[in-house]
Design a protein around this ligand. Structure first.
Ligand code: SAM
Length: 485
């Protein structure tokens, strides 16, 4: 029988079923242990240091106790600390991105995904390089600077060469003042060699959702195709890191399995990456199963309500304080608004989940036949940007860390040293200015410049503040320079 070992490179040892079951039993036994819960909450709280903030994070056992706890005052406390952590390390910035679907050809049999190979009534589509260019221009015209590319798994139709060619095309499109400055990649688990090619192509984060950490369920939910191999899928991030990619994004598709099991597995996966590679996941995504072509989310027994979803998000924030949390347009405005106060640091906006869904279509006309799932938040990017500012956040189009080589542990050190306020904050304000000038509606522009003026005053370092203010003036006066902190 496999023994739990976070440093092992074998899936069954670092995501160890026995350890997860013991964790769940421990959490259940202690869910009303108020003294222990207070101790864990105290450990999670950010501490001010001479140079910034420090956060200890939580082990999967500690975090699972919090997740099991149903005491309303303790949950309130978790939420408060989650927000404190978010503000300490990320400030009130929210990074914006959009998905770009390249191809829905897929040889897998994932039972929750409409792209599964047996679905014969949806059209299969793969963008040509001209179509990629058109999509990128449409995305740039909305104001996007950061994309997550998505594709089904199909070695014949979507080989790695195709993905690499698309990345090259995306980075090459310079339309008006637009440019895609960071391409994150969400493609199926692959080889070290292919991860190295992705790294060389200049990708940002490699994202791969585990879907479920429960092996038996995983095998049933992925009955056919290469994705059926649980170990190969679960060990993908280790291969990605071996291939030189140091920003990796984890995620669970909530609804497939019992959420407490998934949560423990997710935190154990983060601990494993930290233990083996010295750097935890760059991001964690929290998707829930949604309706799609031939997919009915109620057919899955483990759907979670909005309150549980919020609690999971807050507990992730407490457990892995330096990891970004992503919430997509699978969720509606209300849910997104709530989660933004519990530690979420990235959102998508104006998203289309179909292949070729951006170019040439108004939101109403957009095609549905190749959509991977229904989009609940259908607002335009301009509306999302305006809304974020109304809620007290700063929408950020910044990609500076990636462009300055501040990835992996170098990003984490910046974060831990509390330098975000002198670095990411001014970068966010400068990129927001670019967005406002180039793409925003008059109302969003007005709101945005008020926010920028207010937020500039919050940059602690006087010199940084002066430089940022000058650059913002320059952008307003059409004097663009490729500058970032
Ligand atoms: N084919 C790649 C793979 O296997 O990892 C790329 C991922 S796919 C384009 C993006 C993610 O969408 C999947 O990992 C899955 O978690 C999610 N997804 C699939 N069907 C979904 C549905 N019906 N509702 C919500 N999310 C879904």
């Amino acid at each position: 029988m496999a023994v739990y070992n976070p440093k092992s490179l074998h899936a069954e040892e670092f995501i160890n079923d026995g350890e997860i079951l013991e964790t769940l039993a421990y959490a259940e036994a202690n869910k009303n242990n108020e003294a222990l819960i207070d101790e864990i909450l105290e450990k999670a709280r950010p501490q001010k240091t001479a140079t910034g903030w420090n956060c200890k994070g939580l082990s999967h056992r500690e975090a699972s106790v919090l997740l099991a706890c149903d005491i309303p005052e303790k949950i309130e406390k978790m939420y408060k600390i989650a927000e404190e952590i978010k503000l300490a390390f990320y400030g009130n910035r929210i990074v914006i991105f959009a998905p770009l679907y390249l191809s829905n050809y897929c040889v897998n049999g994932c039972v929750y995904c409409p792209y599964h190979a047996k679905n014969k009534h949806i059209p299969r589509k793969k963008l040509t390089q001209d179509e990629v260019r058109d999509e990128v221009i449409a995305l740039q015209d909305m104001g996007h600077k950061r994309l997550a590319i998505e594709a089904g798994e199909d070695p014949k139709n979507n080989p790695i060469e195709y993905i690499l060619e698309c990345i090259k095309t995306i980075y090459s499109v310079k339309h008006k003042n637009g440019a895609i400055r960071r391409v994150n990649v969400n493609i199926a688990a692959t080889t070290v060699e292919n991860y190295r090619k992705l790294k060389d192509a200049g990708i940002g984060t490699y994202i791969l959702f585990q879907e479920t950490y429960h092996k038996e369920s995983y095998l049933q939910l992925h009955p056919t195709g290469p994705k059926h191999d649980y170990d190969y899928h679960t060990e993908a991030m280790d291969r990605a890191m071996e291939g030189g990619i140091d920003d990796v994004g984890l995620g669970v598709l909530f609804g497939l399995e019992l959420y407490k099991y998934e949560f423990a597995g997710l935190i154990m996966h983060a601990e494993h990456l930290e233990a083996v590679h010295g750097v935890g996941p760059h991001t964690i995504s929290v998707p829930r199963v949604k309706h799609a072509d031939d997919i009915d989310p109620t057919a899955f027994d483990n759907g979670i309500d909005d309150d549980t979803f919020a609690k999971i998000t807050a507990c992730i924030r407490l457990a892995v304080p330096y990891t970004g949390i992503i919430i997509s347009t699978r969720e509606n405005e209300t849910v997104r608004g709530k989660l933004l106060n519990l530690g979420v640091s990235q959102v998508s906006g104006g998203s289309r989940t179909s292949v070729g869904g951006y170019a040439g279509y108004t939101p109403e006309e957009r095609p549905h036949d190749t959509e991977q799932f229904d989009v609940s938040d259908q607002r335009s990017l301009d509306e999302v940007v305006h809304w974020l500012m109304d809620c007290g956040h700063i929408p950020s189009f910044c990609t500076a860390c990636y462009r300055e080589g501040r990835t992996g542990d170098r990003f984490m050190s910046l974060c831990k040293a509390g330098q975000i306020s002198n670095c990411c904050h001014p970068n966010a304000l400068m990129t927001l200015t670019e967005y406002l000038i180039d793409y925003a509606s008059e109302e969003t522009k007005k709101k945005g410049f008020e926010v920028i003026e207010r937020e500039l005053a919050n940059i602690p370092n006087e010199k940084v503040r002066a430089i940022a203010a000058q650059h913002i003036e320059d952008i307003k006066n059409s004097n663009r320079r490729d500058f970032r902190f």
